[in-house]
Design a protein around this ligand. Structure first.
Ligand code: ADP
Ligand code: MG
Length: 357
């Protein structure tokens, strides 16, 4: 299998005010499933198109293992790609859609048949081989697009928001389907999405992008629990961001050193893995589900709203110094609007962001 390496990629379209990719370094391991996650317009598709060979970067190199493919045309790269709109040939059957790329590559009839049979079985479409795309559901068309990308036995699989056009239930099923298929084939995959839960569930590692730059590249848990910047904390899930300044290191035990931070709530304990200076301005991020209402809790506020979401209740709490907080509890622990609330959280669930916003 294949390692992908993007080294110093830059792409500025002629008529655009800002570069689509400002500067991008990204290296994968073999067989990894990597998501490029970020809001619309942050450069995800442009990055994939540079890897596929549909765009050429102004600067930087694209490598598969140690081979530099930056200047190769798409058909010489051995890369499979699935587009958001599937881009199937409407006038060809499923079978012919799959055969097309193989015949282009000069692959013989018997080998074509073997590969198409295999890949159709893999995506569970054997029975539909003679249908045309318009005779298939959205989910089935999606699987044909996946099959067409895989049948050429590519070195790398690229998926650009492949689930964006499917309804919510099917989308969740297809997440699992694609991830299982990817593991079975063992193919290194770059997956583009703006859906953070999709990226979290599916990926070995997530690359969070904003404005053509890579903000953080890490395992899903680290992206969620240990964001490196205010932007990542804001973009990933709902989070509380509290301004403060470092008071000093404590000797509380934990997987990471615990500091005390002076904030509008008072002095709060929070973790960080880098040395911090006393007085240094920081943000503390606390996930809403990490805060617990407790009568003996050290912090206090007043509940402004409580929304029942089914499995959880989401509260907004107004605290000292005008600090607002989101607090998520189980329905059994809900407080009503207007109630006085005392609350607590573990230092392990409060994470310090030291980068300037
Ligand atoms: P994403 O896939 O993350 O939504 P894109 O890579 O499609 O983002 O686009 C990144 C930026 O580059 C956007 O501002 C977009 O308008 C711009 N862009 C993309 N393709 C072109 C193009 N062919 N010409 C000019 N600007 C483009
Ligand atoms: Mg896109």
């Amino acid at each position: 299998t294949t390692r992908v390496s993007l080294d110093g990629l830059r792409k500025h379209f002629d008529n655009a005010p800002a570069p689509a990719i400002a500067h991008l370094d990204l290296q994968t391991e073999e067989g990894e499933f990597i998501s490029l996650l970020g809001p619309s317009g942050c450069g995800k598709t442009t990055t994939l198109r540079c890897v596929a060979g549909f765009e050429f970067p102004d600067e930087g190199r694209v490598r598969l293992n140690d081979e530099d493919i930056t200047d190769l045309p798409p058909e010489k790269r051995d890369i499979g790609m699935v587009f958001q709109n599937y881009a199937l040939f409407p006038h060809l059957t499923v079978w012919r859609n799959l055969a097309f790329g193989l015949e282009m590559r000069g692959i013989g009839k018997a080998e074509c048949r073997r590969r198409i049979d295999d890949v159709l079985a893999m995506v569970q479409l054997t029975a539909l081989a003679e249908r045309y795309p318009r005779q298939l559901s959205g989910g089935q068309q999606q699987r044909v697009a996946l099959a067409r990308a895989l049948v050429i036995e590519p070195r790398l699989l690229l998926l650009d928001e492949p689930l964006a056009n499917l309804d919510a239930v099917l989308r969740e099923d297809m997440r699992v389907f694609i991830r299982e298929l990817q593991k079975r084939v063992g193919i290194t995959t770059l997956y583009v999405t703006h859906d953070q839960s999709e990226a979290m569930v599916m990926s070995d590692r997530v690359a969070v992008m904003l404005g053509g730059k890579l903000l953080q590249f890490d395992v899903p848990e680290a992206i969620y629990m240990r964001p490196r910047s205010v932007e990542v904390a804001r973009f990933i899930g709902r989070s509380n961001l509290i301004e403060g300044s470092v008071e000093g290191l404590t000797d509380e035990p934990g997987p990471y050193p615990t500091y005390r931070v002076s904030t509008a709530l008072g002095s709060v304990p929070a973790s960080h893995d880098q040395p911090l200076a006393t007085g240094q301005p920081v943000h503390v991020t606390i996930r809403p589900e990490a805060i617990r209402f407790r009568n003996d809790g050290p912090y206090a506020g007043r509940v402004q709203s409580a929304y029942f979401l089914g499995s959880t209740v989401e509260h907004t709490v107004q605290c000292a110094g005008g600090q607002g907080l989101l607090v998520q509890t189980s329905p059994g622990r809900r407080l009503d609007a207007g109630a006085q609330a005392a609350f607590a959280f573990d230092p392990g669930h409060a994470w310090i962001i030291s980068a300037a916003p």
